[in-house]
Design a protein around this ligand. Structure first.
Ligand code: NAD
Length: 446
């Protein structure tokens, strides 16, 4: 069966979740395009969006409608060409609603797994829980045709484990989108030992059509992206705890978030990123990877304490950030969680956080925030200059940043040495395209 035939009936499981909703959006847009190709005239397209949360369906529909409009607004040149033979579609205000309507018309939403029964392709994006995923995959396999292909978005569970336990005979691949799937350019592809060549080809073609950068990873828990992110975050947690003697734990979290964002010139501080992914999701990834990797402690009790307090981060239905390690006001960190008091300690530039900033010291010359460098054609030179200055700066902030950079590089190198990644270039490509870093962890800056 060729790619286009497979696209006629697709299902997303966990469609109302953070990743599921983004994957749904990408697929709906792609199916609207396929439907309008002359060679597909008259073919029917169906995208089943299934989630256990019935109450989330209205929100999902509104999200799809609003985001498809945004995609339409950004693709007017493409859409004009696509609708060039439709005489009634002339202006953008004709074309964009038609595209939204074409995309929405393929969608069916519901909570019943039976909706998937004619699907040739299924994306699985439910919680990061192996037993839940295996149970669903088994149920789906008993409902769907024998040749249905399964693309799982798991962040950490080995694909061989899912394949073997759900008995899929190689009709599964890790197609790991990054958060948010519409924005992040990366698709990390993880085959298991038996993944069929048809599924590999399908996945490569899909990634190409969605204009994603493909990086292959080997089937070792956590893969490349979370292999790095998990260890990077655990390092920050251990440093925050070490600094607690001088700054309190909340102060240590504040310090490590600030250092990792500003002095490493990243789009977010590490604790903000954990909140963005979800403290509970990050905790699941940590538990899972820890259970498969021997000789390394990849858990931390701080995560469980946050989960026990139900301080989980993640996003609201409208995409805004929920409070986690940090408290957010207008989308920006404004406070830090104090576990002992179970309340947020708000940043206070004239008080405690101003005092911590003074102890961290001035930033070296050549500092530019991430956003400034993002579209700067000379960013590599500027980063090189800044990191050189960082090395000759004798402040607490500079020392913490250099140790952090060194640790991040070691994590990257370890991913290559332990054959999770095929090369340093692949590790760097994952961080550049899936995390929007400006430079890869394996670099000559340090
Ligand atoms: N959050 C991230 O940044 C991120 C990034 C890449 C990959 N992932 C992976 O994507 C997957 C989903 O993560 P998420 O962050 O979107 O989680 P989420 O909690 O936002 O979404 C999970 C969705 O699955 C639904 N669900 C649970 N049980 C179900 C069932 N039995 N049937 C149907 N739906 C069910 C939930 O109602 C929820 O809407 C996980 O495997 C995660 O590791 C997450």
């Amino acid at each position: 069966m060729d790619f286009d035939q497979r696209l006629h009936n697709v299902t997303i499981i966990g469609a109302a979740g953070k990743m599921g909703s983004g994957i749904s959006l990408l697929l709906a847009a792609e199916m609207a395009k396929a439907k309008n190709r002359p060679e597909n005239k008259g073919s029917s397209y169906r995208l089943n969006l299934i989630d256990i949360k019935d109450e989330a369906m209205d929100g999902l529909w509104n999200y799809m409608q609003a985001q498809l409009t945004k995609i339409g607004e950004k693709s007017t040149v493409f859409l004009r060409d696509m609708y060039k033979n439709r005489e009634n579609l002339v202006e953008n205000f004709d074309i964009i609603p038609q595209f939204v309507s074409d995309a929405l018309s393929v969608i069916r939403m519901g909570t019943d797994l039976n909706m998937a029964k004619n699907s040739k392709v299924i994306f699985e994006a439910v919680l990061e829980n192996k037993d839940l995923k295996v149970d669903l995959l088994k149920k789906l396999d008993s409902l769907c045709p024998d040749d249905t292909l399964y693309l799982t978005n798991t962040s950490s569970i080995p694909i061989n484990v899912l394949n073997d336990e759900a008995n899929l005979g190689g009709r599964i691949i890790g197609f790991h989108f990054y958060n948010p799937p519409v924005v992040q350019r990366l698709a990390e592809l993880i085959s298991c030992d038996k993944t069929t060549s048809e599924l590999k080809e399908f996945s490569n073609e899909l990634a190409k059509r969605l204009r994603k950068v493909i990086v292959p990873a080997n089937d070792i828990a956590g893969f490349i992206g979370n292999g790095h992110f998990l260890r990077d975050g655990l390092y920050a947690i251990s440093e925050a705890k070490r600094l607690a003697g001088d700054f309190t734990l909340a102060g240590g979290i504040y310090v490590m978030d600030k250092v990792s964002r500003d002095l490493l010139v990243r789009p977010m501080g590490i604790f903000q990123l954990i909140d963005y992914v979800g403290v509970d999701v990050y905790q699941c990834i940590s538990e899972t990877v820890d259970s498969y990797i021997e000789g390394e402690d990849l858990k931390d009790d701080l995560l469980q304490k946050m989960v026990d307090k139900k301080v989980l981060g993640g996003q609201m239905a409208d995409g805004s950030q929920k409070d986690g390690f940090l408290k957010y006001e207008k989308g920006r960190p404004a406070g830090v969680y104090d576990l002992d008091k179970s309340e947020y300690k708000m940043f206070d530039p004239d008080g405690w956080s101003g005092e911590v900033d003074r102890k961290l010291g001035e930033y070296p010359d050549g500092f530019y925030p991430w956003r400034k460098l993002l579209i700067d054609l000379k960013k590599n030179d500027k980063l090189s200059g800044f990191f050189n200055n960082l090395k000759s700066t004798d402040t607490l902030g500079a020392k913490l940043a250099l140790a952090y950079l060194k640790n991040s590089k070691e994590i990257g190198q370890k991913l290559v040495d332990s054959k999770v990644a095929n090369s340093a270039e692949d590790v760097n490509a994952v961080l550049l395209n899936g995390f929007y870093h400006l430079y890869g962890p394996i670099n000559n800056y340090i």
